[in-house]
Design a protein around this ligand. Structure first.
Ligand SMILES: NC(=O)c1ccc[n+]([C@@H]2O[C@H](COP(=O)([O-])OP(=O)(O)OC[C@H]3O[C@@H](n4cnc5c(N)ncnc54)[C@H](O)[C@@H]3O)[C@@H](O)[C@H]2O)c1
Length: 294
């Protein structure tokens, strides 16, 4: 199997910074590309904070945290990805943007490198087919936060070779993840089940079944979930959740994937959840409190 030693990560947002961190911690050289110096500094800053926190909590040695940080190079140029063996994209959930990005990356990155998408909902084949190496393309779907969540869905699309799949599985195992292979069906396993559940929680709130706090408390205490569905929606990012619903609804045309009016209005208001400070909860105080605007 091909030896992977340098990994390129596109995007240093919620997912990209976490994937970059776990990849560097596993001993790979990492190049992270963002669209601007500001965005890059924000993403690298989050990695540094989390490495420092791991040392404080006694979960990592200072020398290992320093070594992991030392393996991460940040850039705003695609050209710095040229000699990567594997490139994982974690940019905005928008097929147009992803295809535009692959047009650049596919030309620059060495021809025998593997390419992967961390998309939550878009069929992998649409991105694979836009590159000149669809057999070297696969889905590597991490979960938020990538530093903590154990699962990695490894997605084989119709063009993915056995070798590319094996590279993805091996990379996941080196990161200490549990790898589960899935078919290239929009939403894969987890989001196909989790997104309708989250949307149903929003509909239950709209119908007055319970308040935001009651719905979350009920699912934590009654179903043993570590986080209620509305807090989870804020955590995922309501913009990302909205984009996922649109893709799943377009693909399957089923009501269970349709965006509830409350979610649509929240997005129009610029309430993206935790990342924007407002969602189903308000994050401006010490503890999140239910959003009084809803
Ligand atoms: N949020 C989640 O819980 C979650 C979980 C698994 C997978 N995903 C998927 O991961 C991807 C990213 O989601 P996110 O939540 O991290 O979004 P995000 O909005 O937090 O981050 C996206 C980042 O990509 C950057 N970006 C945009 N175009 C770029 C380009 N051409 N090159 C480099 N960077 C670029 C943006 O500046 C932004 O910082 C999406 O495909 C999403 O579906 C998200």
């Amino acid at each position: 199997m091909a030896e992977i030693s340098k990994v390129g990560i596109l995007g240093a947002g919620l997912m990209g910074h976490g994937i970059a961190q776990v990849t560097a911690e596993a001993g790979y050289e990492v190049v992270v590309r963002e669209v601007s110096d500001d965005k890059l500094a924000q993403g690298i800053g989050k990695i540094e904070k989390q490495l420092a926190r791991a040392v404080e909590k006694g979960k990592a040695e200072q020398a290992d945290a320093d070594a992991a940080r030392g393996r991460i190079q940040g850039t705003v140029h695609y050209r710095d990805l040229a000699d990567c063996d594997l490139v994982v994209e974690a940019i905005t959930e928008d097929l147009g943007l992803k295809l535009e990005m692959w047009r650049e990356v596919d030309q620059i990155v060495k021809p025998d490198a593997y390419l992967a998408t961390n998309t939550s909902s878009l069929p992998v084949i649409d991105q694979a087919a836009s590159t000149g190496r669809p057999e070297r393309f696969l889905g590597l779907h991490f979960f938020n936060p990538a530093q903590v969540m154990k699962l990695l869905e490894v997605v084989r699309c119709v063009t993915t070779s056995d070798e590319a799949l094996a590279v993805g599985v091996d990379y996941g195992k080196k990161l200490g993840k549990l790898t589960v292979q899935t078919k290239d069906k929009a939403g894969f396993i987890v989001n196909r089940l989790l997104v309708p559940y989250t949307l149903d929680a929003i509909r239950a709130y709209e119908e007055g079944v319970g308040s935001i706090a009651e719905i979350d408390a009920a699912m934590k205490a009654g179903a043993g979930h570590p986080m209620g569905p509305l807090a989870l929606a804020d955590f995922v990012g309501l913009d990302t959740l909205g984009a996922i619903c649109d893709v799943l609804f377009d693909e399957f045309r089923e009501r269970r994937f349709a965006k509830p009016p409350t979610l649509r209005k929240m997005l129009a208001a610029g309430w993206y959840g935790r990342k924007s400070g407002t969602g189903f909860y308000d994050y401006s105080g010490e503890e999140p409190t239910p959003n009084p605007g809803l």
